[in-house]
Design a binder for this molecule. Structure first.
Ligand code: CA
Length: 329
């Protein structure tokens, strides 16, 4: 396969702290010979594993960029045993536009893997992670939240994997991140995801959903910052032990966890995130906005558990997620 067009302005191998860019040539109307400059920090000290930390995989999710821009200012390579590579805004064009997907090519980074060196801008970034950054890493943390259209209780996640030893490593790292909730996440469709790419390379991967709605709160930003430090301590790259608080372990046994809207309109939630629901309980009602006097459509929990995710905007469209219910273990 042809080489990536992306060039890193930072050295990945030397000890020390370096801030630079992943430079991706991009010729467009406003800059004929221009480049997209994706911020990256590399900190290396002593011997140890490599931890790859990312945020902004989706451009409208902010806990990851906050925690990683902050960490870049705190890292001291003299204290490290190993290497930290951090990219606060993986889909930098999307992040700059405050959008989930890239304004350049419409690319959804988390559906673009393994990417292509000769593809669209988003595919070129994915290919660089697939063939250059992921192979360097032992531990991989990708910090998501719900973006403008979803909101979640703050959780770190691991997946059920065929390799049970790898699955146990991922669960241990998820618990070390120590969000208020720790979830065995059943993906709707894992094809093209960065998570899947990292897992298929045998990496210890943790992802998160820390909030949503297109902004971050003081609470969720603090969870992300503490989680990143805990993750680095768990990997052995940062000195000290993870600071652990109670975390509720959750499972998603099957696709009944997802409730999808079959109507469009005004949504009224009758339970909030973190609330307990029983099978058959109403989660939300959707009113037809075109007329008064119509009976709202009721959406019910399909199993007993906690509401861990919901649609965020006040209006919902057919096919959107109404709720995600997960089961405490
Ligand atoms: Ca996301």
């Amino acid at each position: 396969m042809r080489p990536s067009p992306i060039a890193a302005t930072v050295d990945f191998e030397r000890d020390g702290l370096r801030h630079g860019f992943l430079k991706l040539p991009h010729s467009h109307d406003a800059s004929a010979w221009g480049s997209i400059m994706i911020p990256i920090t590399v900190a290396k000290g002593g011997q140890g594993p490599t931890v790859l930390l990312t945020g902004g995989n989706h451009g409208d999710e902010y806990e990851g960029p906050i925690a990683l821009f902050d960490l870049a200012n705190r890292l001291n390579p003299a204290e490290l045993s190993g290497r930290v590579i951090l990219v606060p805004a993986m889909n930098f064009p999307a992040f700059g536009a405050a959008k989930r997907t890239s304004p350049i090519d419409g690319g959804n980074m988390n559906r673009a893997f393994p990417g292509r060196p000769d593809g669209s801008v988003t595919e070129k970034i994915a290919d660089y992670f697939q063939r250059t950054l992921l192979p360097m890493a032992d531990f991989v943390l990708d910090i998501h939240s719900g973006g403008k259209t979803l909101q979640f209780v703050p959780f770190a996640a691991a997946h059920v994997l065929e390799d049970k030893a790898q699955q146990e490593r991922c669960i241990a790292a998820m618990r070390a991140f120590n969000a208020p909730f720790s979830l065995m996440l059943l993906e709707i469709d894992n094809v093209g995801m960065y998570d899947t790419a990292a897992e298929e390379l045998g990496k210890t991967l943790v992802s998160t959903e820390l909030g949503g709605g297109g902004s971050a709160t003081a609470h969720t930003a603090a969870i992300a910052k503490r989680g990143v430090d805990n993750f680095l301590k768990h990997a052995g790259v940062m000195p000290g032990e993870p600071e652990l608080k109670p975390s509720t372990l959750l499972d998603m046994p099957n696709a009944d966890c997802y409730v999808t809207s079959e109507t469009s309109g005004l949504i009224e939630y009758v339970v909030d995130l973190g609330d307990e629901v029983r099978q058959g309980d109403i989660i939300a009602r959707v009113f037809d906005i075109e007329r008064t006097g119509a009976t709202p459509t009721e959406y019910r929990a399909r199993l007993d558990g906690l509401l861990v995710g919901r649609h965020f905007p006040g209006l919902i469209t057919m096919g959107d997620i109404v709720g995600v219910v997960a089961v405490p273990v």
